[in-house]
Design a protein around this ligand. Structure first.
Ligand SMILES: [Zn+2]
Length: 83
């Protein structure tokens, strides 16, 4: 079993925050190259972050609201009848 330095995961987060020291970056890269476990973990982290970032940019497509409104039944009449 590989022993991973505790700070490696911490470095991953610093790296992804874009707030990492050059020294730590080197250590992180070196470890990732030699440790499949951490490489995988780092890839997962990057994937998650990319997903979150792309999700925050997603907007409803043009005409979305209009299409939804067109699909809705004319509720006014129905409710009036039930009452
Ligand atoms: Zn490791």
């Amino acid at each position: 079993m590989t022993s991973c330095p505790k700070q490696i995961v911490h470095y991953m987060h610093e790296y992804l925050d874009g707030d990492i020291r050059e020294e730590a970056k080197k250590e992180l890269k070196f470890h990732i190259e030699t440790c499949a476990e951490c490489k995988k973990h780092f890839a997962e982290l990057k994937k998650t972050i990319a997903l979150v970032q792309s999700a925050s940019h997603i907007e409803a497509p043009v005409g979305f609201t209009a299409n939804v409104l067109a699909l809705l039944p004319r509720e006014g009449k129905k409710i009036g009848m039930e009452r």
